[in-house]
Design a binder for this molecule. Sequence first.
Ligand SMILES: [Ca+2]
Ligand SMILES: [Ca+2]
Length: 337
Amino acid sequence: MRGFSLVELMVASALVGIVAGGLMLATLSQTSGYRHAWNVGVAQDTLRLALRRIIRDVRAASATSRTGTVTLGSGTVDVNGAPASQVPTVWVTNSSSGPDRLDIIYGHYNDGATAAILLAPLTAGATNAMVSSDTNFGPGRYLMISDYTNAMLLPLTRAATWGTVNGVAAASVGDFSITNPIPSGQYQAGAIAALGESRSLRVAPGYFGKDTPALVLGGGLFGGGEEPLAEGVEDLQIAVGIDGLNGQPADGVITEVGAGPNDDEWVYNVAGDSPPPLSATVAAVRVTLVARTHSAEPGTAPARPDAEDRPAGTPDGFRRRTVRTLITVRNNMPVVP
Ligand SMILES: [Ca+2]
Ligand SMILES: [Ca+2]
């Protein structure tokens, strides 16, 4: 019986080697193709979800305060590097070399709850407010009193107690200490008593380990813990639109020039833009999010793209997806006289 010759064996094993090698290569490239698609898919999903949440929060900004600012009952917070007792309902802590931070303030009612109102005027020196419902107002919460145009934010430290005002059941909420001035004539009976809310958005580098940053949502003005909103987000860039800024007409249109600093109605779209005045009413917020894949891909050289006033990064092998959206701050519409 004839066996295989040495030559035949060598040819056969070479053929097997070639076929197996080809298969292995195909498998390898399929794996990396799949990994790439999966990575990019995750980045994209992450961005979409984060953006939906941001749009919801920013749209709510300034609810119950149409001027676009809120007065603190006492104390100050730093806005644009200086202490302020009257704070914007939308403000950006800007950077042109790293991610930005966005803070927003708004008042709201519990879902389905009846709108609460002030039942007795809030006067200077008051330590509590008489309101028509205690649904929202426990210790650790914030009472936001608004005359539909201006608003004041008051921290609550105790549970509500019930009494009466002119024979009507009224919840006494407090205790606070009003040391910042209440504009005269404001906060009469009938003013809105809403739950004051604040949110902050920032990028936390290395939140999920060395190479994985995250977009995190925090309690803004009120501090407290942060929760991750989206994994892999490495840049958050914000520009705010203010009608009538830098000599442009206040005509309901936010004009963009962007050739140099302070040449248009967008702030932080170009490096060198001055922070907006504290009393400025932000009419629109433009948000750019850049998410990147979990790991760098060897042999590729993508880089973080430029966004607003932040230039592009250097090539590092991470794939990225960018989303950008324009959000109108619906509560900051001009007050019609
Ligand atoms: Ca910026
Ligand atoms: Ca600008």
